[in-house]
Design a protein around this ligand. Structure first.
Ligand code: AMP
Length: 190
């Protein structure tokens, strides 16, 4: 299996690039943000729990997101591999993911960081907020909190995989195609 973590701060372009990667490599995309938004739309108990936390730009509990990922990884035995988008966001989540994959005799092949500076991130998110309908993309202080949460709680995930020589960083600014080429060159070396 080819199991990738597409990593980066909010607004780095993970979702957009994930779409292209799944087309080229036939992987299954797992976006915890998308899964949580579906739960909110369906007004489930889990969605109601997550809603306010997401609106503030904080992280929902490790148990909730790990549980969502677990149910898919355990039930989708046909997948050629996964692309994790927006997950793991804490070292605890990374450890849980490693154990989950080990249970099926697999592991993470590579984490790829899309590196984008803060000013560019803020501009991209505010722009996306104009038509995404996402409240967390429309308020500068919420955006700044999300970037801070990334630095404080999520960057250590990259260090976790660097210990196993599995972290790569690419420049996340440029045209969509240029960035995609950079990602391909990392994947094709695996
Ligand atoms: P995203 O769509 O990845 O930007 O995620 C939107 C929001 O969902 C985040 O700001 C968090 O509140 C929540 N979220 C998504 N993925 C996770 C995760 N792996 N761990 C905790 N919270 C998450």
């Amino acid at each position: 299996m080819l199991n990738l973590i597409l990593f980066g701060p909010p607004g780095a372009g993970k979702g957009t690039q994930a779409q292209h990667i799944i087309e080229k490599y036939g992987l299954v995309q797992l976006s915890t943000g998308d899964m949580l938004r579906s739960q909110i739309a369906a007004k489930t108990e889990l969605g109601l729990k997550a809603q306010q936390i997401m609106a503030n730009g904080d992280l929902v509990s490790d148990e909730i997101v790990v549980g969502m990922i677990k149910s898919i990884v355990h039930n989708d035995k046909q997948a050629k591999g996964y692309i994790f988008d927006g997950f793991p966001r804490t070292v605890k989540q990374a450890q849980a993911l490693d154990s989950l994959l080990a249970e099926i005799g697999e592991g993470i092949s590579q984490l790829i960081l899309l590196d984008v500076n803060d000013d560019e991130l803020k501009a991209r998110l505010l722009n996306r907020g104009k038509d995404s309908g996402r409240a967390d993309d429309q308020d500068v202080s919420i955006i700044e909190n999300r970037i801070k949460v990334f630095k404080d709680q999520t960057i250590p995930v990259m260090e976790h995989y660097a210990k196993f020589n599995k972290s790569a960083k690419i420049e996340g600014v440029g045209s969509l195609d240029e960035i995609f080429e950079r990602i391909i060159s990392v994947i094709d070396k695996l």
